[in-house]
Design a protein. Structure first.
Length: 1010
């Protein structure tokens, strides 16, 4: 039976409760080894220490090693050997260490071990990792200098071991689990100094007074602060703090490093009425002096914490036992797993299960052996950072594995021995690790949990069995509800998936509240694998069907009259959901029109009047939402007869802002087509007109012959010809691009028009008269209009080809082009400003503009502005940047950190993921996600639709739907009198989009130094 205090030490430090620490302290304070230690120091040792027992003959480390741990002997004996030559074979015993001895102080200065230490009998040891021992030493040097000798004073007390992993794997793994997720950007000393600055700023805050004496459980707690009040304060003092989640993460970084502590021994910072205090306030002798710090010092600290906090949150989540991980923890880990290469082919449900099971393991020295050839396989690893060598006996290094690769799975799957040795090939490596038991439960048994439905001996539907309480948001530890098994669709034929939907996802009487988004995902993604006509046909077929299938059996059976009527109602429910999701596309498709007419006839015949009225009301509501000039006729509406006109590139300012409407394929588009001599003809055609249709219309007027090509000519002179079947070409042009027509043999004669060069002067005068917040508001207002106008299926059409679907992506094109407009406009304004001080003024204005966009949850224009400031032409203006005040420099550096693309823009994803709608996300990243999903996954295998791929694409679109689920209702800024002028200005940016010209302007402003 394990002694209680040992079982408490077996926990990771972050998992130890106040009760655990009290039990450990009660044991340690009576040990000879700690009789001279200050109680405050001993409490820290109780928190950071690890217990390990070792058999006789185990080598802790050898002479010359660089240490990793400081040791205390609790029981047993160890032999200390030293060699004058430095060779292990020449080492002689110089002393024996017994209970009460401690050794390994060389970790304080990383000096090499001056002896070898071997267990001479069974031993019990307490170990403290180098990083944490240094922390304890720095905090308590005045108490420890007389107890622990300095590294240079004795050859015995200079040890800190590099444990041999293959001999003591438990200790090795346990110690590594407490390391940082990435190589730390900031040293512990920097974080401690940052704590001093933050403490000074909090002491100065008087309304309310953050740090003061409080009462807890009828006892006085000196100089403490409340977690929620500290979060409130942080979110208000600087734009570097992006909301409460970010503030919590920043304070978690300090808590993890021991700069602040929770009163009551908690190790997770919470946005609650929980008391915390700075460690220097726990003891009067440790309190710092009255040194004052500046606002610049505070900005530096906030920048440091901003960059450290998110990793601290993830480390905290990975340290928790599976059953203690909250939905937020699991979501954080799951988001990380979504971008791990080794897991990209696993289903969503499997990744969610892995979020419970993965733990963090790290190695900080090159050559560390993770496992050896011939050992039993007990873990599977995924490389998060660093690389490892695969070593085979007799062959040496056979290959190297890098970030995203995995290893160790084969031995687990086959229940075999390791076929190679894995050792780290660089100093700092981080891994996700899962044990054999969890691996078998989650991965090896996937096929066991797979149900295949067959018809005519062929698979028609592949389902994955899942347990409802395992979905995020359920607390398994607090409930005794039996696990309910449901099925998630992995693959199937389109027809069978429709049937399965109607059987399992459309029953209003379902009391299990199970929703795996299958219905929404199907209706979002169906254009990828079936036509609209086919879906209409299947819905009508199911409305009239007389049998159903049984899950797990290769058979069908006749359905009762009651069930048959239920299926009819479910067809209507599914149609209503489709109507809501498809929006204007539902009105434009004549096949859908005929389907609705036929369905309503059936409903009348079957006397399902409630469903009839629901459907009729939904169609009329949709018609009101997307009005046209058509007359409502018959049961629903008449086919489209007339189409509104639109002029490309001109905002209709005379109408109210809310009148912005989505562009439809049948809308008339009025645009210019240029010839080589820069004359042009004006053409009016629907947006869904093909390039060949535009050529035919233009040829009648310009008389250039029959073999003409339509192409875009960019301001740089680049020519991009269009294929004859391409549609919606006008909205896909670059910012200053123009449509040209020319005979095929004369394409080389096409040149940009003068107006494509862009402006020659900046809008400095206007910008000086308008505040940054006003600009941000009206830019955001227009951005949200463009964002809300995009139909969800336009994302599908863009990724999978609008020509193959014969559908336009005009609204999405305009939204994506808007990003380039804003970015190029910022660059243009700075580079057309000749005076140095005015350029500095614009830098400050645009940094404030980005900050206000972020306040409006407008990440789209935020990224555009910051990327403009980070462009080659602007970032090289060293004289301009040198004059930028340090406060603005700090804010900009923080914004650059959000742009950091590592781990698939992880920082941005975490920050944006905690916001409430409306949110305008960074759309290029979401487009990239869907593109990579499409390229990296097959749409079909074995004649079945790969619905896991559909689910991944649909999840991104569902995120977009969530972002715009609430309207933009921010109050307009005070300067209403110029609102219309600003509105016109931000919707018609005049820019230079030729990078070569922008770079020329940059070098004229500040020539390159010799």
């Amino acid at each position: 039976m394990v002694v209680e205090w040992i079982s408490r030490l077996a926990k990771r430090p972050a998992d130890r409760t106040g009760e655990d620490l009290d039990i450990i302290f009660a044991r340690f304070k009576n040990l000879k080894a700690f009789e001279r230690f200050n109680h405050a120091v001993l409490h820290q040792i109780c928190y950071y220490g690890y217990y390990q027992d070792l058999e006789e003959g185990i080598t802790l480390y050898r002479q010359g090693d660089i240490g990793c741990y400081w040791y205390v002997v609790l029981a047993g004996a160890l032999e200390v050997r030293a060699s004058k030559t430095g060779k292990y074979e020449d080492a002689e015993a110089i002393c024996t260490l017994g209970p009460g001895n401690f050794f390994g102080e060389s970790v304080l200065d990383d000096s090499p071990r001056r002896s070898t230490v071997i267990t001479s009998e069974f031993c019990e040891l307490l170990l403290i990792e180098k990083k944490f021992f240094r922390t304890i030493w720095e905090r308590n040097k005045q108490f420890l200098e007389d107890i622990i000798p300095s590294p240079s004073s004795t050859p015995v007390g200079e040890q800190n071991c590099k444990m041999v992993p293959t001999i003591t794997p438990l200790l090795y793994i346990t110690a590594l689990n407490n390391h940082t997720f990435f190589s730390p950007q900031y040293s512990p000393e920097a974080l401690r100094n940052g704590g001093l600055v933050l403490r000074f700023a909090m002491l100065r805050h008087q309304s309310p007074k953050l740090i003061r004496d409080r009462e807890l459980d009828k006892r006085k707690v000196c100089r403490c602060f409340v977690g929620s009040e500290a979060v409130d304060w942080l979110t208000k003092i600087s734009p570097m703090v992006h909301g409460r989640f970010h503030a919590i993460a920043m304070l978690q970084a300090l808590l993890e490093e021991g700069v602040i502590t929770q009163v009551g021994h908690g190790y997770e910072f919470k946005d609650q009425d929980i008391l915390y205090r700075f460690v220097m306030d726990e003891n009067d002798n440790e309190r710092p002096g009255k040194e004052a710090y500046s606002e610049e010092d505070l900005d530096d600290v906030l920048l440091m914490l901003s960059r450290s906090g998110l990793d601290a949150q993830l480390r905290m989540a990975l340290r928790k036992p599976a059953m203690e991980r909250t939905p937020d923890d699991l979501s954080l880990i799951y988001d990380e797993l979504m971008h791990v290469k080794a897991l990209q082919y696993l289903s969503t449900m499997v990744k969610k299960e892995l979020s419970y099971a993965f733990v963090l393991e790290s190695s900080f020295k090159k050559g560390t052996v993770l496992f050896s050839e011939g050992e039993e396989g007990i873990s599977w690893y995924i490389i998060l950072k660093g690389s490892v060598n695969v070593v085979v006996h007799g062959k040496g290094v056979v290959c190297q594995l890098n970030e995203g690769d995995d290893f160790g799975k084969l031995a687990l799957v086959n229940n075999a021995l390791r076929t190679a040795t894995i050792e780290t090939s660089q100093d700092i490596c981080h891994f996700l690790k899962i044990g054999k038991k969890d691996f078998n439960r989650i991965l090896k048994d996937v096929e066991t949990n797979t149900v295949r439905l067959k018809e005519h001996r062929k698979d028609v539907l592949v389902l994955e069995k899942i347990n409802i309480p395992n979905m995020f948001g359920e607390d398994n530890s607090q409930t005794h509800i039996p696990q309910i098994q449901k099925y998630s669709v992995m693959a199937g034929t389109p027809e069978k998936m429709v049937e399965y939907l109607l059987e399992t996802r459309m029953d209003n009487s379902n009391t299990n509240n199970f929703d795996d988004h299958f219905l929404n995902d199907f209706l979002i993604a169906f254009p990828i694998f079936m036509t609209t006509e086919a879906l209409c046909r299947e819905l009508l077929s199911n409305y009239n069907r007389t049998n159903c299938f049984i899950i797990g059996q290769d058979e069908t059976r006749n359905i009762t009259a009651e069930h048959k009527m239920a299926i009819k109602r479910r067809v209507v429910q599914m149609t209503l959901r489709w109507c809501y999701l498809a929006g204007n596309l539902f009105l434009e498709n004549q096949c859908i029109f005929r389907f609705i007419e036929e369905l309503m006839d059936y409903l009348e015949t079957d006397e399902l009047f409630n469903e009839f009225n629901l459907l009729k009301t939904a169609m009329r509501t949709l018609k009101e939402r997307y009005p046209t000039d058509d007359l409502i006729d018959g049961k629903i509406f008449a086919p489209v007869r007339h189409s509104p006109h639109r002029r490309m590139g001109l905002a209709n300012i005379t109408k109210a802002i809310r009148d912005y409407k989505s562009i439809r394929g049948i809308d008339q588009n009025i645009f210019r087509v240029f010839c080589a001599d820069h004359t042009y003809t004006t053409v009016a055609l629907p947006y869904n007109a093909t390039a060949q249709t535009i050529i035919n219309a233009a040829e009648e007027r310009v008389l250039l012959g029959d073999d003409c090509i339509l192409c875009e000519v960019k301001s740089s002179g680049e020519r991009v010809p269009f294929k004859p079947n391409e549609i919606c070409v006008t909205t896909g042009l670059s910012v200053n691009g123009r449509l040209f027509i020319a005979p095929r043999e004369h394409l080389d004669s096409l040149t940009p028009t003068p107006e494509q060069e862009g402006p020659s002067t900046s809008n400095l005068t206007f910008l000086e008269s308008v505040g940054s917040k006003e600009l941000a508001y009206y830019i955001t207002q227009y951005d949200y209009e463009l964002f809300n106008a995009v139909n969800i299926h336009e994302y599908i059409f863009r990724i999978f080809g609008k020509e193959s679907h014969k559908q336009i992506t005009a609204n999405l094109d305009l939204l994506l082009r808007r990003f380039n407009e804003v970015q190029l406009w910022v660059e243009t304004q700075i580079l057309l400003t000749q005076h140095l001080n005015k350029r500095v003024y614009l830098l400050k204005k645009f940094i404030k503009l980005a900050a206000h966009c972020k306040e409006y949850n407008n990440w789209y224009s935020f990224f555009a502005v910051v990327m403009a400031l980070n462009s080659v032409a602007v970032s090289r203006l060293s004289q301009t940047w040198e004059k930028l005040p340090s406060k603005f420099r700090k804010i900009y550096e923080e914004f650059e950190g959000i742009l950091e693309p590592s781990r698939n823009h992880r920082v941005y994803r975490l920050l944006a993921g905690k916001m409430k709608p409306p949110i305008l996300p960074f759309m290029p990243l979401l487009i990239k996600d869907m593109t990579f999903t499409n390229v990296g996954n097959k749409t079909q295998f074995d004649d079945l639709v790969n619905f896991e791929k559909m689910r991944m694409i649909s999840s991104t679109i569902r995120l977009i739907q969530y972002c715009r689920s609430e309207p933009f209702k921010a109050e307009p800024p005070t300067q209403v009198k110029i609102a219309q002028e600003i509105t016109i200005f931000v919707r018609n940016f005049n820019v230079i989009d030729n990078e070569r010209i922008l770079n020329q302007f940059s070098h004229r402003l500040e020539p390159k130094k010799n």
